[in-house]
Design a protein around this ligand. Structure first.
Ligand code: ADP
Length: 234
């Protein structure tokens, strides 16, 4: 499907089912997510929430015996793109859909290099441009003021909350249109969690955010809509 009508929708699935070996975890899900909004994905543990998120950056494809049926689309540059179309470039898809995990996963290198790493991978070499983009990403992740004087420090010396904001900054360096967040505040104290909530509210001005969260108060504070993942009954 390549029709260009969006009605403000950024992401959609059509009859999406998913299996690990013969076990079905997602069953015929057809859903639409509006652009520039925060959609919370909720449901009991083991219901398939993380699996559902991985549909949108194809991260599950390396899992042996995993299989998907149905279709998933994202709207990029005003065109609907079938995420599983053979002509899709995987690096480009992952630039468009950044992901942040439950446990902060800084790379064993400096704060600066953690953020500039995706830029390097995408072929960006101009020093000034890299520095500007690193600063911009750290500012958007509400981390710049805390790290601007220690950019060469090992990223693992940051607190848990700072590390998670670093991971969000890293996901933002390539200017994604979609952010996929898998319980990003689970391991953080309440104050660090609230900082991340504030920055997500800020980011939705330009990003479409899918957020897995177990916290109803968090969902009430920041989500525009809630998708309860239906049981697959199998
Ligand atoms: P949730 O995020 O809602 O907790 P998941 O998507 O992580 O759910 O997992 C859904 C189900 O699929 C769970 O029962 C889980 O054990 C199973 N599962 C997840 N990953 C794999 C895998 N790599 N191989 C086999 N089964 C898996």
């Amino acid at each position: 499907m390549t029709e260009n009508k969006s009605n403000g929708i950024k992401i959609k699935t059509v009859n999406l089912s998913f299996y690990y070996n013969r076990r079905q975890v997602l069953k015929e899900i057809s859903v639409e997510f509006p652009e520039r909004s925060i959609s919370a994905i909720v449901g009991p543990s083991g219901q398939g929430k993380s699996t559902f998120l991985m549909i949108f950056n194809r991260l599950w494809e390396t899992i042996p015996d995993a299989r998907m049926e149905g279709e998933a689309f994202i709207r990029l540059k005003n065109k609907w793109v079938n995420i599983y179309d053979r002509s899709i470039s995987l690096p480009e898809l992952r630039r468009s859909a950044g992901m942040v995990f439950q446990t902060p996963n800084p790379l064993p290198m400096s704060i600066f290099k953690n953020i500039s790493f995706p830029l390097k991978l995408s072929g960006e070499t101009e020093k000034q441009s890299v520095e500007e983009k690193v600063e911009s990403a750290l500012k958007q992740a509400f981390l710049w003021d805390e790290v601007k004087d220690r950019l060469t420090d090992d990223a693992r010396s940051l607190s848990g909350g700072q590390q998670q904001r670093l991971c969000i900054a890293r996901a933002l360096t390539l200017d994604p249109e979609i952010l996929l967040l898998d319980e990003p505040t689970s391991f953080l104290d309440a104050k660090s969690g609230r900082i991340i909530e504030d920055l997500l509210l800020n980011l939705k001005e330009r990003c479409t955010i899918l957020l897995i969260s177990h916290y109803m108060d968090q969902i009430r504070r920041i989500a525009d809509r809630v998708m309860e993942l239906p049981a697959s009954d199998s």
